[in-house]
Design a protein around this ligand. Structure first.
Ligand code: SF4
Ligand code: ZN
Length: 476
């Protein structure tokens, strides 16, 4: 495979490239655009012209510098061994392959895809979607040899994107609908994905029927199909092994997998908890489940929400805290599908006496609520606040009491514990430690450290952390 005719270099080495606003020539899709998508479909050889790139709308060279446009990337592939189940995983590779291009930054997936093309790339002559299409087709065929033929179509204007966008949304819905038909107990194999390790080296997804990957684009069926055709590829089997804790979703096989894939950084995962040993998050999660200590509940905010969430933080600020492959109790990157799984954060809910994990959710932005409302318990749905009902924590507290949200039941216990601890404190007693893990933000990764504070509260004006070298130790 050669890219000699492409005016910018291509290769995995460019995957982590960031293109800031002032370096960008144009922006495609992303939060400012209403309709954008990327989709892959398996078709018969008769239906496509191998190598063909079509552009509906204006081409890159005709776009004004600094402008934003809709983007639809439609990849059609053919080959005798291809099956529909492989479409989602092929589609996810759009992200990787676009990022191979020096001068393109691609983020997210499905209908949240977001690209920036750098001024430098355009100056060098990378000024047409014909070139990007050619790169994608070559990479698809080279990296996934079962793809024998491919064609790519781009949509760059609001009118032309309408129809293919509607088709894409329908296909995503169908995939999600199918994923809802099975549960972890129905299968004897889980799957893993390390496609995001170029951005988050300690992150690996564990994909089970009840836990669709956090990017939302790879469900258990998709992962199974990919691992079958390319067992040495980025998607692989995870034999679950022994179930150590059913409620938490802790399995020996998943623990072994994450230990190996995170190079020893993380050795334990609770699939169904956002608070203890949570699943790691890379950066392309569809939504964030965040803990709101003031009400002992959780909020959910998705990537499309432009305002600040109930905790006063915008999605972007929380995403920094959540992502990067860290295990971050209280900030969990999740897919929208996972929210409607009956196992959703069940450990966090049931271990507090609630009926289900979803009962820990007290706030979500309206966009998320509208999307998943029909799948949530009716009586609970009306008790989950959105930005339309409350805008600060005090109002949320009052709202939860007024609607009698199940979380309120947990407050008495939390209050009693607090009072008891205050009593101990007043007595100057030493309090024994129990079970909540906490990591310090920003110090994960190799060379960092984690502090486990178990079941205790810390009141301090400052924490001073000093490195004590061998000399320091001797002096003591
Ligand atoms: Fe794979 Fe997970 Fe990244 Fe999705 S988020 S591409 S499943 S590693
Ligand atoms: Zn990712």
């Amino acid at each position: 495979m050669s890219f000699e005719d492409i005016p910018v270099p291509i290769g995995p080495v460019y995957e982590g490239e960031r293109i800031r606003a002032k370096q960008m020539y144009v922006e495609l899709g992303g939060p400012k655009m209403e309709k954008h998508f990327e989709l892959c479909k398996v078709v018969s050889k008769k239906e496509i012209t191998d190598g063909q790139v079509t552009i509906h709308g204006i081409d890159l060279k005709d776009m004004e510098e600094g402008s934003t446009h809709p983007i639809g990337i439609f990849v059609e592939v053919a080959g005798p061994e291809l099956e529909v189940d492989l479409e989602a995983v092929f589609e996810r590779r759009v992200h990787e392959f676009c990022n191979f291009v020096n001068g393109i930054m691609h983020l997210n997936q499905r209908y949240t895809n977001w690209l920036r093309i750098s001024k430098t790339a355009v100056e060098k002559g990378f000024n047409s979607f014909q070139l990007l299409g050619a790169v994608l087709i070559r990479l698809y065929k080279a990296e996934l040899p079962i793809i024998e033929q491919a064609q790519v179509t781009f949509f760059t204007n609001e009118k032309e994107i309408e129809k293919p966008y509607a088709m894409a949304m329908e296909i995503y819905d169908k995939r999600d609908e199918r994923a809802r038909t099975i549960h972890d107990e129905d299968v004897d194999m889980f799957y893993g994905c390390v496609l995001c390790q170029s951005f988050a080296p300690t992150h690996a997804c564990c994909i089970t029927p009840d836990r669709t990957s956090l990017c939302g684009s790879i469900n258990w069926f998709d992962a199974r199909a990919a691992a079958k055709v390319d067992p040495k590829g980025p998607l692989f089997e995870i034999p679950p092994g022994e179930c150590l804790n059913e409620l938490a979703g802790e399995y020996t096989g998943v623990n072994e997998m994450i230990k190996k894939r995170s190079l020893g950084e993380i050795d334990r995962i609770y699939l169904f908890s956002g608070m203890e040993f949570p699943h790691t998050s890379c950066g392309c999660f569809e939504a964030i489940d965040f803990y709101i200590p003031e009400v002992n509940g959780h909020g959910i905010v998705d990537r499309n929400y432009g305002d600040v969430a109930i905790n006063g933080l915008p999605f972007s600020a929380m995403a920094n805290q959540t992502g990067g492959g860290k295990q971050m109790p209280g900030f969990n990157g999740i897919s929208i599908q996972y929210i409607i799984s009956p196992k959703y954060q069940q450990y966090d809910g049931k271990s507090q006496g609630l009926n289900e994990g979803i009962e820990t959710v007290v706030w979500m932005n309206k966009g998320v609520k509208d999307r998943i409302g029909e799948f949530l318990p009716k009586d609970l749905l009306s008790k989950i606040a959105t930005e339309e009902e409350v805008t600060d924590i005090n109002a949320l507290k009052q709202w939860l009491q007024d609607v009698n949200h199940p979380i309120v039941e947990t407050w008495a216990e939390a209050l009693a514990e607090e009072e008891e601890e205050e009593e101990w404190e007043a007595e100057g007693a030493m309090v024994p430690m129990g079970t909540v893990g906490m990591t310090i933000p920003g110090v994960g990764g190799s060379g960092g450290f984690s502090i486990i504070l178990k079941n205790c509260k810390v009141h301090a004006e400052a924490i001073i952390i000093k490195k004590i070298g061998p000399k320091g130790k001797k002096k003591k």
